[in-house]
Design a protein around this ligand. Sequence first.
Ligand code: SAM
Length: 444
Amino acid sequence: MKLSEIDATLREIRVSPVKTLGQNFLHDQNLARWIVDKADLTPEDFVVEVGPGLGALTQFVLDSGAHVLALEKDRRLAEFLRSRFSTERLEILHADALDYDVRQLFAKPRVKFLSNLPYYVSSQLLLKFAKYPSPISLWLLMLQKELAQRLSAAPGTSDYGALTLIVQLHYHVEYLRTVPASVFLPRPDVDSAFVRLLPRSPEELPDHDPEIFLRLVRRGFSQRRKQLRNLLREEIRDWDQAATVGRFEPRARAEELALEQWIALSNIVRSQSLAAPDQTASERFPVVDDQDRLLGDAPRAEVHGDNLRHRAVHILVFNRSGELFLQKRARSKDRHPLLWDTSAAGHVDAGEEYDFAARRELQEELGVSAELTRVAKLPASEKTGQEFIWIYRTEHEGPFELARSEIEYGDFFPVDVVAKWVQARPHDFAPGFLECWKVLTASP
Ligand code: SAM
């Protein structure tokens, strides 16, 4: 919409822009088109737009053939949009985007996020929708210039801070252009900037514990002028050694450390507290015949290397609302790293029965014990990696203490979302989970 059209529309629908809702409407058509072009949209895309306002961006997104979910807090604007665009490809929710359940988006094959965000709440919205692991594959955001500079900052600059690292841990942030206040009606008090976020690929960064990373970063930036040596005294036993490993000055302040150096620091803290050494090398599994009768046992590497039939358990944990807890496998796993899997799962060890192994896995991976019910048994096949699998279910509300060496992340998901997710993105899941899911959804 041009400036005169926005003016006329606002008068017609009797809306005067509400400052507390960050209502500054974009009237530069060329800029709107340029923004939407950056998303490379096709009819296969599902676009989430927060704060569509009068539809300055929505219009061009719809022209691309993509589907749009528009979340607008102002009821009058949501109603206006319904009258302006009549297409089934646009769903308008009159809602506060802060209340939206992001888990729903996992059910869509490809999700892109495009928004001229309301500035009063932009960092909260960003942190909510970009929370790892996010189903969104591309972000195009108009932000207050100062926030855009903080997100895209490089080490050693005054804009570089905890927020920079929290976002850059998962995303590449590109500052694409500065946008003057004059392209909006009414003009905001500040300049804006347009940024693009792309998720990092999983192999890009070394394995790390995100909780330790966040704790160190927050503590490190709590007093920017202080040397890290003093701020992290309680965390790192041998600071000079840490500085050598991380290749930074022992007298460094928080803003001098790059992302990889913060990860290195967090891994030093993690290694200080690692109690048990990795036991996978010495594990032995029972080897069984095609009827699941015990033949003997063999080391883990031999069982997997020679494709011998063996045994495993998968446990499905539901909460009171019937949601299923899924785990995202740790990036350090030798098989199917970072894929989504059942709540807890593992091999039956030599000398163990299925039920015992299921209780042990639940305790080891989620840190809880609960009554388990057998649901179904899968035969060993190529699809299960030659595992006979007993599937169990139980109810638990959490919270869980996730075994970080096994699990990167976990959350409850509504079962209908999981069903659509499996359809839309089967490659997101470990093959064992897909086999369990097939059996579960096939039973009457
Ligand atoms: N996209 C439009 C444009 O570019 O002209 C409007 C952008 S304006 C900066 C921000 C929009 O976000 C307004 O329409 C406002 O009503 C809406 N909004 C404000 N807070 C919101 C929230 N919490 N959830 C959803 N929409 C919100």
